[in-house]
Design a protein around this ligand. Structure first.
Ligand code: SAH
Length: 205
């Protein structure tokens, strides 16, 4: 309850997002030394030098994505699997990709333990999207690129929405929402954020 209260105070007000986050115990996704800080509103380290995002940022991104129950969603940057599980409570089907095989394997194990059969985790370079499952109703990217990757824009359905951080790493990045319209794309800037960089190619582990 404290957790949901903290989310609300940071601007996460969408009821469906809050219910999905309440159902998703963040402690399952944080291992080792930092496990006891799972309910704090801060990013925490996970394997492969990556981070699980701050819960309020996960909430703000999820609500900005306006996921509908029939949607097919692509997440680029599985990381711990936390955001993917929240999305799986809101969407029909979630595809999540990460360039680190180890993170994908660990996340897959958690999805199985939680009996979540509507998430598929794949080791891939998400900057190319996931052509074999495209197009998507929604795309969320949880690592920062300088600009929205062209293949991801191309894999968005008409009317589809993509939420992603853009900007160079180690400087302030902006969270943006891209909506595909009949004639092109609409861009909205949502807030400053800080994410690990979107890196091309597969990771070493
Ligand atoms: N959404 C995650 C947090 C992800 S951190 C969670 O809820 O825990 C960002 C992730 O993006 C990292 O795991 C990193 O390996 C991944 N990543 C970076 N570049 C990538 C790329 N080109 N393709 C796929 N994943 C990428």
């Amino acid at each position: 309850m404290q957790f949901v209260y903290a989310l609300r105070s940071k601007g996460v007000t969408d009821a469906r997002t809050l219910v999905a986050m309440e159902r998703t115990d963040r402690a399952r996704f944080v291992k080792g030394h930092f496990a006891n800080r799972a309910y704090e509103d801060m990013p925490l380290p996970i394997a492969c030098g990556q981070t699980i995002s701050q819960p309020s940022v996960v909430g703000l991104m999820t609500q900005a994505l306006k996921v509908q129950p029939r949607d097919k969603v692509l997440e680029v940057g599985t990381g711990s699997g936390y955001q993917a599980v929240i999305l799986s409570h809101l969407a029909r089907r979630v595809y999540t990709v990460d360039r680190h095989k180890r993170l994908v394997q660990e996340a897959r194990k958690l999805f199985e333990e939680m009996d979540l059969t509507n998430i598929t985790a794949i080791t891939a370079d998400g900057s190319h999207g996931l052509p074999e499952q495209a197009p998507f109703d929604r795309i969320v990217v949880t690592a920062a690129a300088e600009d929205p990757p062209g293949p991801l824009l191309a894999q968005l359905k008409p009317g589809g929405i993509m939420v992603l951080p853009v900007g160079q790493s180690d400087t302030v990045q902006s969270l943006i929402r891209v909506t595909r319209t009949d004639g092109g794309f609409d861009y909205e800037e949502l807030r400053p954020v800080r994410f690990v960089p979107l890196v091309e190619g597969l990771g070493a582990d």
